[in-house]
Every structure is written in C-alpha cells, then in structure tokens.
Design a protein around this ligand. Structure first.
Ligand SMILES: [Zn+2]
Length: 310
C-alpha cells in the first residue's frame, strides 16, 4: 500500500512504501478495506445509474419531438398514406403529428428482400401505429425498436409434429410481432391496408396492437388498462364477444369482425383494434359493449370521425 507523509521541517511530499499487510493508522483516512462483494455492488450500482441516466436522457430527448409538428413534406406523405388522418378532429391530428415525430426518431427501419426504405414507408407505418397511442400516456411502443419491412407477403415454411409424423407446409403472413422484439411487415400489405380505411383490415394496427398487448407480460388479449378501466368488466365483455365470434364463425354467420379473431384472445384483441379504427360506426351499432371497452382503452371515438366526415 502507498501512503503519503509530510517530513518534519520540510515541505516536500515523499512516498512511503508500506508492506501489503500493514494496517492503516487512525490518521490514515485514505485506507479502505473493500471486500470483493462491496466492489461488485458498487460496479453494479454505477452501471444501473448509467443505464437510468441514458434512459432518462433519451426520454427527455424524445419528449421534445412530441410537441413539434411534422415537416410539411413529411405531413404530405402522411396524408397520402393515411386517409384516416383527414377524418380526425384537429386536436388529434396535432397530437398524431407529435407522436409520429417521436416514433420516427425512436425506431429503426430496415428493408429485407432488396427493399429500400423510403420516407413514404416510414410515414405510413408510423402514422397508423401511432393511432393506437393518441390518448395514452407513456413511452412509444417500448417493446419494439425495430421495424423490418419485406416487399410482399412473407411466405415461410412451417413444420408441425404429430407424434412420429412431421408435416411441412407453406405459411403466408402479412406481418409478425415478435415478443419484446421487432415488428415485421409486408409493405405491399401495409399499402393495401392503409389505403382502404373502411375494410377493417390494417396490418400495421394489427401488429402494433400485439405490441400493446405484450406490455402486460404476455400476448393474451389483456393489455395494461388505464386506472379508470375496470378489469373485471373488460374481461367479461371480451370473453363474451370472443365466445360469440367463435360461434358465428363455426356457423358461417356474418360477422363485423374478421374470423381470424376467433383463433385466440390475442388475435381477437388485434382484430377488434383494426375494426375499431376502420369500421368504428359499424362496430358501435352492432357490438356496442365491445366498442365501449375499446373506446375507454384507446381514449378516442372513431365512430364520431366517420360521422364528422358525412
Ligand atoms: Zn396477429
């Protein structure tokens, strides 16, 4: 151990080399006996503080974008690829612009299969995804920092096992939402969905609804609800409407919701979200209890937007 001492009568500092096992005197205030555990805890706390500081700085930086309107050329692209925007009340349009600003600065876009990412693609995805956040506080889809776009419908080989029998089949997907991972979208299907705002099919809304769903640990059709939304009420209405959709699909009855929503509670929530935003008035007329739950959850009334346009 090294210790500094002031020699009598002289003002020079000298270094005294002490044996390694020499204990410090009461005057030796620089002596520390840190156990390895203490060192590890100190390093861990410093690392945690650094992570929290980075997160806070990032959140502060992103908050600045939330108050800014979009650049005119970006707003034009949003309008071109988001007919729903024209129907929204002006205060929601302003809020959407801020959310899109945050989204574009927070998420990374990558093209696959030779697709080159353009502003048109970024705006179409960001605008429709941010519809889900219009009246929700909190971060912007924290479970996904990456959007991966394919040129067209994604065809993958699915393998299923039934005892000793192994079956292979081709599976076509418009998009995928990986738990705590990227959102994968077919650009051709994004365009089909967003350019027809009345058919109840919008793969961007669908996949990002899964992202909200996973905030409550797993994708199970139960997202984190606002304080004022009653969990038992939500569970009762969603269960009843899900059971009703299964029955209607089995009997080949007409449904407001796409039959794909009957495959699981998670798909039910994603499909109902698409219909809520694109066929709000029809849902409110035919499935008022379901509409009321989603209206409370999303904090907006798209059925009124349709009325406003007419
Ligand atoms: Zn899905």
């Amino acid at each position: 151990m090294r210790r500094f001492a002031d020699t009598a009568g002289e003002r020079n500092w000298v270094v005294v080399i002490m044996p390694p096992n020499t204990k410090g005197t009461p005057h030796d205030s620089r002596h520390f006996d840190m156990s390895p555990l203490l060192v590890i805890i100190s390093i861990a706390l410093a690392a945690l503080a650094a992570v929290l500081f980075r997160r806070r700085s990032r959140a502060q930086r992103l908050r600045q974008f939330a108050d800014k309107p979009l650049e005119p050329e970006l707003l034009n692209l949003l309008r071109q690829h988001m007919p729903l925007y024209e129907r929204m009340p002006s205060e929601l349009q302003q809020r959407l612009q801020g959310l899109v600003n945050v989204f574009l600065n927070d998420k990374s876009f990558f093209g696959s299969g030779g697709l080159e990412i353009t502003d048109e693609m970024r705006l179409a995805v960001a605008g429709n995804a941010c519809l889900l956040l219009l009246n929700r506080d909190g971060p912007c889809f924290p479970g996904s920092g990456t959007i991966l776009l394919y040129p067209d419908t994604i065809v993958t080989q699915a393998v299923t096992y039934d005892g000793p029998i192994v079956s292979e089949s081709l599976s076509a997907r418009l998009g995928e939402s990986w738990h705590r991972g990227p959102v994968i979208l077919s650009w051709a299907d994004v365009l089909r969905g967003v350019n027809n705002p009345e058919d109840g099919h919008n793969v961007v809304i669908h996949e990002f609804a899964h992202k909200l769903d996973e905030e409550n640990v797993s994708m199970d059709g139960l997202p984190v609800l606002h304080e004022h939304v009653d969990y038992p009420d939500w569970a009762r209405v969603m269960s009843e409407e899900f059971a009703d959709l299964i029955k209607r699909v089995q009997r080949n009855r007409n449904t407001v919701l796409d039959g794909y929503g009957s495959t699981s509670p998670a798909e039910f929530f994603a499909v109902t979200s698409e219909v809520f935003f694109e066929k709000g008035k029809r849902m409110k007329d035919r499935l008022p209890m379901l509409y009321a739950q989603l209206e409370q959850y999303y904090g907006v009334d798209p059925a009124g937007w349709e009325k406003r346009r007419n």
